[in-house]
Design a protein around this ligand. Sequence first.
Ligand code: HEM
Ligand code: HEM
Length: 250
Amino acid sequence: MVGLSDAFTLLHPAFAVVFVLPLIGLVVNLAWQTRQRRLQIAAIGKSKIPPVGSEHQRLGRWLTGAVVGLALIGLSHDPVNSILTDRLWSKQPFYVLFYILLFPATIASLILLYQAKEKLWRGVFATLCGMGLVILGCQPAVFRRTDEWYVSHYYIGLVAAMLMIFSLAILPDIYKDRSNRWRIVHAVLNSIAVLLFVGQGLTGVRDLLETPLSWQTHYVEQLYQQNCKDKNCNIQVSPAPRQPAPAKKM
Ligand code: HEM
Ligand code: HEM
């Protein structure tokens, strides 16, 4: 069995693989059928595809919550580890309190977004929820890979989460708008989201490969510090045996 610290590292990838990725598959499949049915009815007045739009909407609402939750778990990993190992609560208690409060604030904004009916409030809560994710992502301990942003699990993940929040925010507009403008905006943006999710699968497994088990962390840090990728280096695998102290002259 893995220890508590390693289980925390695996929580995010496990949730992604067991719950979120299958849900994305279901939502995309229903989206395709919804669109095909609508186009067939528009062209020939009938379709053999059953009406699955409301099922797509129901699972889509779940997907927004699942992706935001997944991003929150991923974003918490490095900062929580840093707070625990550096004992930050005794050095910077207000920072730790502010950091912890950001989680319920972001989740509350999402819950209120689910319930909001008016355009104004949907906009407000979607913005607050997105801001919560961005502020959590700006914490110094979060690994962002900014120099290679185009293959960064962090940036791709945040954009994908924002697109899901946006889908939830415009949901009533998709139905209200007879010109199908919002429907098309939704379909285009979420086709991009599908590509981003594929990117998350690829960058996520890469990042998992680069994440050491907790007992290995100390040695792997030395590999990076000594730049062992490019030059020969010497890693101290176990604590050096203590030299016997020289006998004191009387
Ligand atoms: C990977 C994610 C998603 C993709 C690829 C996707 C794609 C689509 C597509 C192609 C359509 C049909 C557009 C048309 O009729 O031309 C659609 C409809 C719709 N989507 Fe999504 N969508 C996704 C996620 C979501 C989410 C997260 C929500 C809600 C939070 C949502 C809510 C809706 C609604 C309400 C409709 C209209 C359904 C109907 O006609 O009854 N979708 N989506
Ligand atoms: C919907 C798909 C996903 C989203 C939206 C997502 C989002 C995120 C976010 C926002 C972070 C924090 C930033 C970072 O540390 O890079 C993160 C971290 C991470 N994710 Fe994902 N992720 C997804 C899927 C996956 C998958 C499929 C895997 C692996 C199988 C994975 C593995 C990881 C790992 C290893 C970390 C790093 C944790 C650490 O900092 O040590 N993710 N993810």
